[in-house]
Design a protein around this ligand. Structure first.
Ligand SMILES: C[S@@+](CC[C@H](N)C(=O)[O-])C[C@H]1O[C@@H](n2cnc3c(N)ncnc32)[C@H](O)[C@@H]1O
Length: 257
């Protein structure tokens, strides 16, 4: 009888000891660190262990895209990963891709490659920038100055993009430059404009064109250098059903209802 009572607890103790051995050398504090950070992916054995063929191809594709935009984009790898994944999901939806804030074309190149990877897609990618740098900024909330990011041009961006048929570059100041296009439905909108009035005024026009289920990703809401971006996003969505989801990366996104 006593034996019967003791066996289960002994098993439990043995099992716990085994488990502890597996986590030896890892402090309690670090046990809940994520061990899968695809934005840091390398082709090391460790990263490629126990994953499906699909996941392997997906990670290799991301690595290729990440390497292609290295030195062209201001956007860090963890933010590129979210841009990659969210835009990839939007491929299944009806509507075009739009990016506001191109600078040297890094994230635009990534988006153009995502479109290219979907052979069936007839989507267009609209790219908006002044290509002369920042317009007038608001000293109360913006840290950028007029003319920041002027060292670029339409020609230099076009040279980097290998899928020119589906790309439409609109050179001019937002939101007025939107009038030069006939964008109808948007499935994915990437806003990387950094400053208050550019973001607010652009949202006022493009938000309506995003289809239900479509995604708006803001690159810069969480950064002190782009405080005006957060003010604009919060002001705009305070009157809308969607509430922006802020991410650890500094980005925020909404899914249109
Ligand atoms: C941070 S940069 C974009 C970075 C880019 N996505 C990358 O991959 O590195 C911000 C860009 O927004 C543009 N911009 C800001 N306000 C604008 C406006 N009202 N109209 C057009 N472009 C604007 C600037 O010219 C600048 O090139």
């Amino acid at each position: 009888m006593l034996n019967k009572l003791l066996i289960p607890p002994i098993f439990l103790i043995f099992f716990r000891l085994l488990k502890r051995k597996r986590f030896k050398n890892i402090s309690l504090y670090n046990l809940y660190d994520p061990i899968f950070s695809p934005w840091k992916f390398t082709k090391s054995k460790h990263d490629l262990q126990n994953i499906s063929e699909y996941e392997k191809l997906d990670l290799l594709k991301f690595e290729e895209l990440r390497n292609n935009v290295l030195g062209i984009t201001l956007v860090s790898n963890d933010r590129l990963w979210l841009l990659y994944k969210l835009s990839q999901n939007a491929l299944l939806l009806d509507g075009d891709f739009v990016e506001c804030g191109i600078y040297k074309g890094g994230t635009a190149l990534l988006l153009s490659e995502i479109l290219k990877s979907s052979k069936k897609s007839q989507k267009k990618l609209y790219l908006f920038d002044t290509f002369k740098g920042m317009p007038k900024t608001n000293k109360k909330v913006d840290n950028h100055q007029i003319g920041d990011f002027a060292d670029t041009s339409v020609g230099s961006v076009l040279k980097k993009i290998h899928n020119p048929k589906s790309i439409i570059i609109i050179d001019g100041k937002l939101p007025n430059s939107i009038k030069k296009t006939n964008i109808n439905k948007i499935s994915f909108l990437h806003i990387d404009l950094d400053i208050y009035s550019s973001i607010l005024e652009t949202l006022k026009i493009l938000y309506k064109k995003v289809i239900p289920g479509g995604i708006i990703l803001f690159d810069d809401c969480g950064f002190i250098s782009c405080y005006g971006a957060r003010v604009a996003v919060n002001e705009f969505f305070s009157k809308k059903k969607e509430k922006p989801i802020y991410l650890q990366t500094g980005q925020a996104f909404i899914i249109k209802r």
